[in-house]
Design a protein around this ligand. Structure first.
Ligand code: UDX
Length: 425
């Protein structure tokens, strides 16, 4: 079993650390945030992520998982060093590598000879080379091992991945990194670092393209009178297309897809290729936010400024408390700009949101619909399907429902006199 330092305790770092500890390795996780490290030592996980708190608690109890302040402190006794720091979007759309470079510079003087540094963060093509240059050590290897973790199912995605990708020109280092995944059943693919980095970006951009395509198909279905639910079911039976990632919605978001799709278009441009296709994928997504907001405004009649709307769902998808680049927020900003009064409920959001100054966040789905002219569903939380719609009907003076996730049972609502509008049907 190996000694692994994990630098950065966000979604990726904490999941990586907890899962490697679960596989039997000795893992030290580091962060610059002292308060966060203190609470992690007590087993308190600051994010909503299925089973992560259990894995962290088990790791601490078994002695396989510990937490320290500072990258150098973690790396000094380890043979593997996973860089899991954020790579936020810079002002020009390219990824900002400063956290990565700082972490690399901090661990460079303390890493034992023969160490392997592993880039796990989503980093621009060529970053493995940049990290190697920043460290300036020829007795260590730098390898790319991109993550493909979805928020909400990150632990399962780590332990049951579709593939493990390792990018390295040093075969021995690649084999050592592959060895860390002993116990995980998945194809392991070894390639050069630039190809590994491209696999990560191209995978996210492809999935984002699939979603923009399906949202455009939903819009087409509305125009021709088809039902998108049946259309995607019929498409998904074709194994070349696949059943997953075919649900239309108010647009796609989250901490990865928008940032990575913009970054890949930028990387292409920097290397002399105009990836117009990706720019269209992004434009279709913006259009989907607009269309969803327009749908809500359309049911409010001529004077939206005197109307009030209930919203169910604020997070970028169900199963997470993450609001980064949430389509729900994009849509509500547009609706709110028309002067509409909005009350919103989300099971994972506890208080008011700075980015939605005009929106009142309430702690109960029925409080949100109280007095509303229309209800809009923007995140696909399963619990919304099982609410008491008699009670909803009693509380709402209006009867319009815009279900931007095709989540609710149309006939149940229509029986109660609601005017139901989904996406693409
Ligand atoms: C994504 C990738 O899936 C993951 O492999 C990568 O490592 C990180 O980015 P995540 O950001 O957790 O994961 O979100 P994901 O589940 O992929 O959903 C992204 C967005 O697409 C969400 O807004 C979601 O609601 C939307 N979506 C997803 C749809 O609208 N329809 C679908 O069928 C699937």
């Amino acid at each position: 079993m190996a000694k692994i330092a994990v630098i950065g305790t966000g979604y990726v770092g904490l999941t990586t650390g907890a899962c490697f500890a679960h596989l039997g390795h000795e893992v030290v996780c580091a962060d610059i945030d002292e308060a966060k490290i203190e609470s992690l030592r007590r087993g308190e996980v600051p994010i909503v992520e299925m089973n992560l708190d259990r894995f962290v608690a088990e790791g601490i109890a078994s002695g396989n998982l510990s937490f320290v302040v500072g990258a150098a402190e973690a790396s000094k006794d380890c043979e593997f060093h996973y860089l899991c720091v954020p790579t936020p979007q810079g002002e020009d759309g390219s990824a900002d590598l400063s956290y990565l470079e700082i972490a690399a510079a901090q661990i460079a003087p303390v890493m034992p000879t023969g160490s392997v540094v592993v880039n796990k963060s989503t980093v621009p093509v060529g970053s493995t080379g940049i990290v190697a240059r920043v460290m300036g050590r020829n007795d260590v290897s730098v390898v790319s091992n991109p993550e493909f973790l979805r928020e909400g199912t990150a632990i399962d995605d780590f332990l049951n991945p579709d593939r493990v990708v390792i990018g390295s020109r040093d075969q021995e280092a690649a084999i050592r990194v592959a060895g860390l995944y002993t116990g995980v059943r998945a194809p392991v693919m070894v390639t050069d670092p630039i190809s590994a980095e491209t696999i990560k970006y191209a995978s996210n951009a492809f999935l984002a393209s699939k979603l923009s395509f399906v949202n455009a198909v939903a819009n087409l279905c509305e125009a021709v009178g088809a039902d998108v639910n049946d259309v995607v079911l019929g498409m998904g039976y074709d194994r070349r297309i696949g059943k997953e990632f075919l649900k239309p919605g108010p647009g796609w978001g989250g901490s990865c897809f928008p940032k990575d799709t913009i970054a890949l278009a930028r990387i292409a441009e920097d290397h002399g290729y105009d990836f117009t296709f990706l720019r269209e994928v992004l434009a279709v997504n913006e259009e989907q936010f607009d269309r969803t907001a327009d749908k809500v405004l359309a049911v409010l009649g001529d004077d939206p400024a005197s109307a009030s709307v209930a919203c169910w769902g604020l997070t970028f998808k169900a199963g997470t408390d993450d609001l980064r680049q949430s389509p729900a927020i994009e849509v509500l900003k547009r609706v709110s700009a028309a002067g509409v009064k909005i009350k919103a409920y989300d099971p994972a959001v506890g208080g008011q949101l700075d980015e939605l100054a005009g929106v009142e966040v309430v702690q109960d789905p029925y409080a949100a619909v109280d007095g509303a002219d229309a209800l809009v569903v923007l995140t696909e939380w399963d619990e919304f399907r099982w609410l008491d719609f008699d009670k909803v009907a009693e509380s709402m003076p209006g009867r319009a429902v815009v279900d931007a996730r095709n989540l609710l049972d149309r006939s149940q609502l229509e029986r109660r006199g609601f005017d139901y509008r989904g996406i693409g049907r």
